[in-house]
Write a protein that binds this ligand. Structure first.
Ligand code: HEC
Length: 256
């Protein structure tokens, strides 16, 4: 069972387009369980993106060697992430009438954000040190790891990438992800931002799986851009990427 849905901007407008039946060629069975799964997956992706954007706009502060306490506590970063989410999506991450599983998963994700920030205060507040390696991708990975611990067998969120771009082996795509990324998301015919979804399985368990593509912007290229092979500030060789290239994929699995 395959669905190809558009989700370029994870706004409420896009979500209602996704879940409504107005898109030509949209799957007709969008209001059922799969529709809720898709909505929940996109909201989890949007929350991760909002939280990463907070770490991204705090990079100069985080890497300022002259400031000790940065005030980037778990509570504060969560508050900023919620604000960013509301701005991008026009709705609060938790709200009345929300699907109960979605509320549970988003609440766990918010708790994961708080935990990761609280656990990294010493790194972030270290006096006299410039670049600290606490970049959005590292933060996002840690949040996804805490999320997995909090939700157990209910869901997974992972940021992966085209196989030849992967830096951290923990981000390596599994066989299913690798095949969809290379055959579909990287295909020149794949419309920018189009989300891939399929009722599939992972680890032997049935799961509704969603892949949200992410593309390099200018800000990514100091690390992932050219010249390929040059070592970036984080110690990894640059990938030689260009603006607009597929740089990564948020992979969400909702177990059935
Ligand atoms: C300051 C350097 C830096 C910048 C800027 C940067 N990244 Fe990364 N990126 C990294 C590092 C380091 C990792 C490995 C993180 C880890 O250890 O999990 C990474 C990992 C990733 C991953 C996870 C897969 C993997 O390779 O492990 C993706 C996807 C990614 N980056 C995309 C982006 C995108 C898109 C942008 C721009 C919005 C961006 N990065 C900006 C340094 C950077």
């Amino acid at each position: 069972m395959r669905e190809h849905l558009f989700g370029r901007h994870l706004s409420v407008a896009a979500l209602s387009t996704l879940l409504g039946l107005s898109l030509p060629g949209a799957p007709v069975r969008a209001q059922g369980l799969d529709g809720q799964d898709m909505e929940t997956a996109l909201r989890l992706a949007a929350m991760l993106q909002s939280a990463r954007s907070v770490i991204s706009s705090s990079q100069d502060l985080i890497n300022d060697p002259k400031v000790g306490d940065k005030g980037l506590t778990g509570d504060h970063v969560l508050e900023l992430a919620i604000r960013a989410y509301v701005e991008a999506n026009g709705t609060a991450p938790l709200h009345d009438g929300q699907d109960p599983r979605e509320a549970r998963l988003i609440a766990a994700q918010m708790e994961a954000i708080r935990q990761v920030m609280d656990a990294n205060q010493e790194t972030i507040n270290a006096d006299g040190i410039g670049f600290k390696g606490f970049v959005p991708a590292v933060f996002g990975r840690l949040v996804n790891e805490s999320f997995a611990t909090l939700v157990g067998a209910e869901a997974r969120i992972k940021v992966t990438a085209p196989p030849d771009l992967v830096r951290n082996r923990k981000a390596l795509p599994d066989a299913w992800e690798a095949s969809i990324i290379t055959a579909d998301l990287m295909s020149p015919d794949w419309p920018q931002g189009k989300v891939y979804a399929e009722l599939s399985e992972t680890g032997g368990k049935p799961a509704y799986r969603v892949l949200v593509p992410e593309y390099y912007g200018k800000g990514c290229l100091s690390c992932h851009g050219e010249p390929a092979g040059e070592i970036d500030i984080t110690g990894y060789p640059k990938e030689g990427g260009h603006e607009g290239d597929l740089g990564g994929v948020i992979s969400i699995s909702l177990f059935r």
